[in-house]
Design a protein around this ligand. Structure first.
Ligand code: SAM
Ligand code: FES
Length: 348
């Protein structure tokens, strides 16, 4: 296996058969060697810096019904909330004061947030804080809408592709959702000029190693600036309640492989990884991740943005979150930095 890892780090690629062999090898030595190579590559591009994104989960109202997601439309037990424009701006101001230079506005696909409502929010964040990058993560919209939000000042857009295999996509989503549409959204976001984030859950129900190889091929082809991956974790009020969670080890391995395939990519160590393993995010950084996303949402709504069970950091204040995260990052020899943390191709 060491040969395969060396080949991957030198050529940034492997054949499908080699990738399957690497993904299915569960020896800790292989993972450790992969992580070592991935760290070298990330340090050559980004040094020891870890970028932070302040996450504002501004609405858990969603018109979609993704089968894995705790805030899906049909979950009648989810207690719904929507932050006001004022509250969103307050979160951004507080994030700025705490040193964040990227604010991520994430939410369900809430029809209330039309372009007419979002454009002034984005403009106002940029007016108050011109040195802040605004990232949106609000699902599938029309190209015209993406264009208007971009022109209002949004810099980046996170839209996980979830899986690059159409049949697998269809097994995770209701019939009204379309694989082609999601893929098309990602292409349009790129065309408009956003820094784009794709990504998938690891260990989602029915996922095979061949599906993961397809995901990697898709990422190589799209060349997103960011890749968000985290383990699937079941939520008790979904039809996947009894499914097994994804594995921390497989997620770490994929972080390393993605770092080696796309050396400049921005790669978060996600909350889901920290939920399955108390040191998950630290391990993610040691496997090649270079981004963390502490929560800036008001404490009274955090527990309601429950995508999966046992989600961590739902009780802390924002200031506490950033302190905790900085200490975690430092504990593995890296440092949280207070800048926009753009992809190298977009550095201002
Ligand atoms: N509505 C936006 C969208 O669809 O992109 C953003 C919010 S959505 C909740 C963000 C991500 O959460 C999804 O892309 C999905 O990968 C992840 N997610 C949802 N349910 C999950 C679960 N049960 N376990 C792990 N991740 C989950
Ligand atoms: Fe819409 Fe999860 S189903 S955010």
């Amino acid at each position: 296996m060491r040969e395969l890892v060396r080949k991957l780090s030198e050529t940034r690629d492997l054949t499908d058969e080699e990738l399957i062999a690497l993904l299915e090898d569960d020896s800790p030595e292989t993972s450790a060697f992969l992580a070592e190579k991935a760290r070298k590559v990330r340090e050559a591009v980004y040094g020891k810096d870890v970028y932070t994104r302040g996450l504002v989960e501004f609405s858990n109202i969603c018109k979609n019904n993704c089968k894995y997601c705790g805030i899906r439309r049909d979950n009648k037990n989810a207690e719904r909330y929507r932050l006001t424009e004022e509250q969103i701006l307050e979160c951004a101001d507080m994030g700025y004061d705490l040193g964040f230079r990227t604010i991520v506005l994430q939410g369900g696909e809430d029809p209330y947030f039309t372009d007419e409502r979002l454009v002034p929010i984005i403009r106002e964040i940029k007016r108050r804080h011109p040195d802040v990058a605004v990232t949106l993560s609000i699902g599938e919209r029309t190209k015209e809408s993406y264009q208007r939000l971009f022109e209002a000042g949004a810099d980046r857009y996170l839209l996980r592709h979830e899986t690059a295999d159409q049949a697998h996509y269809e097994s995770l989503h209701p019939a009204e959702m379309s694989f082609e549409h999601r893929m098309n959204c990602l292409r349009e976001l790129k065309e408009i000029g956003y820094q784009v984030g794709a990504g998938m859950m690891i260990g989602s129900p029915g996922q095979t190693t061949a599906n993961l190889v397809k995901d990697l091929r898709f990422l190589q082809d799209l060349k997103p600036e960011m890749v968000g991956i985290g383990p699937f974790i079941p939520h008790h009020d979904t039809e996947f309640a009894d499914k097994e969670a994804g594995s921390v080890e497989m997620t770490l391995k994929l972080l390393s492989i993605i770092r080696l395939m796309l050396p400049e990519v921005l790669l978060p160590a996600t909350t889901a990884l920290g939920t399955l393993d108390p040191r998950g995010r630290e391990k993610g950084i040691l496997a090649g991740a270079n981004v963390v996303m502490p929560n800036l949402s008001p404490s009274d709504v955090r527990g309601k943005y429950l995508l999966y069970d046992n989600k961590i950091c739902t009780g802390d204040e924002a200031a506490e979150c950033i302190r905790c995260m900085s200490a975690r990052v430092a504990s593995v020899g890296y440092q949280v930095v207070a800048n926009r943390g753009d992809h190298v191709r977009f550095k201002k």
